[in-house]
Design a protein around this ligand. Structure first.
Ligand SMILES: [Zn+2]
Length: 121
């Protein structure tokens, strides 16, 4: 989900989507049949996580997904600078730049850059 702000250069406000990661999880951890790759204590745990992800439905909030899995690496955005997993971030999208390659920067890092540059009041 992207909302373009009026600032120049173009800065996109990017929000982590309410998207199920159940099938991605299954692709990584399900080995076929009754066989699951071990996760956080064993194969039974990775299967239980998959079932809990399915139970969240097709549009879970990223925090619900993180609570089931036990970390934020699956449904949150990663800040390119500090590597924190966040719900929203900002991305500069200059003309002709492939936005998928553009760094995502979290609000605390944006603020830190602004302070460093002396552009805050
Ligand atoms: Zn950051």
């Amino acid at each position: 989900m992207t909302r373009r702000m009026s600032a120049s250069p173009p800065i996109a406000h990017v929000v982590a989507g309410n998207v199920s990661v159940a099938e991605d999880w299954k692709r990584v951890y399900h080995l076929g049949g009754d066989h699951w790759q071990s996760f956080d204590g064993g194969p039974a745990r990775s299967k239980a996580v998959y079932e809990a992800l399915v139970a969240l439905g097709p549009t879970p909030h990223p925090n619900e997904t993180a609570k089931v899995i036990g970390n934020r690496t699956w449904a949150h955005l990663a800040c390119t600078h500090c590597h924190e997993r966040v719900l929203q971030a900002y991305r500069a999208e200059p003309e002709g730049y492939d936005k998928e390659d553009a760094p995502l920067i979290c609000a605390p890092c944006v603020l830190a850059f602004a302070v460093q540059l002396g552009v805050t009041s």
